[in-house]
Design a binder for this molecule. Structure first.
Ligand code: PEP
Length: 263
């Protein structure tokens, strides 16, 4: 499956019910039908609604993503959900390492790397969230945190780890706060991530294919400034994807950015 930029991903987190999902998707599908939009759009609902969402978006331009997977594929693991099950209900993308999973479920870099490998081995596309928290930023540790989060993936999955994968740079202090970094800052960090992987893997040509998106308080007012930056390949949206009007505006504005016409 080819990832087409600008990548727009909506993470519904622990929100919604059948009625709201139906309403948002019904309008979104209608909106997309009318537009010549050819980029990757992914919706990530709570797992209980994956099957329902899949039925609604089947044969449309929207792809389905999962918010999490267990490290096991099957067996006596009460309450967990496996990647095989996600695939069975139409999932192609899996979010990994989101700061809410790291914070509330103590997911560490090693566990996330193992899940990342599983997702790649079973031919789905991982969306790896990385980013520093406020304290780490204030102590100038951003690059060190990011390189640790990337290193373990490269160690476990090898130098091709990020081919056909998405990295979401999400400064934790920006998620759900409305505090958005300056676009120059986002560009610098994305450039750093690219160069870091390039140096670690010594595969210059491959690195040009890497997809790095930004996440944290993205809305219809700031999306264009963010996407104008050279190394920003898309966005991961939380709060801004829950309402049809906001999310459709984000998609519309993203598709109007000229630089992506050359991808
Ligand atoms: C997120 O949780 O990944 C996110 C980007 O949330 P928000 O857009 O609400 O900041």
């Amino acid at each position: 499956m080819k990832i087409k930029k600008p990548i727009i991903i909506g993470n519904w987190k622990l929100n919604g019910n059948k009625a709201t999902i139906y309403n948002v998707l019904h309008s979104l599908i209608h909106f997309l039908k009318e537009k010549i939009i050819d980029n990757t759009i992914v919706i990530i609902p709570p797992s209980i609604y994956l099957d329902y969402t899949h039925q609604l978006i089947h044969n449309t331009k929207i792809f389905l993503g999962g918010q999490n997977i267990d490290i096991n594929l099957q067996g006596a693991f009460t309450g967990d959900i496996s990647l095989v099950m996600l695939k069975d209900v139409g999932v192609h993308y899996v979010l990994l390492g989101h700061s809410e999973r790291r914070t509330y479920h103590q997911e560490n870099n090693l566990l996330i790397a193992k899940k990342f490998k599983l997702v790649k081995d079973l031919c789905c596309i991982p969306i790896l969230c990385i980013g520093e928290n406020k304290e780490e930023k204030d102590h100038d540790q951003t690059k060190c945190i990011l390189s640790k989060q990337l290193n373990i993936i490269l160690d476990i999955c090898g130098e091709n780890a990020f081919d056909n994968a998405i990295i979401a740079y999400e400064p934790v202090w920006s998620i759900g706060t409305g505090n958005i970094p300056n676009p120059n800052y986002i560009q610098k960090i994305h450039e750093y991530i690219k160069q870091y992987i390039q140096i670690k893997t010594q595969k210059k040509d491959k690195i040009l294919n890497i997809s790095i998106i930004y996440g944290g308080s993205v809305n219809q007012h700031n999306i264009q400034n963010i996407l104008q930056e050279k190394d920003v390949d898309g966005v991961l949206v939380g709060g801004g994807c829950l309402k049809y009007h906001t999310f459709s505006q984000i998609i519309q504005l993203a598709s109007s950015i000229k630089k992506y016409n050359f991808n």
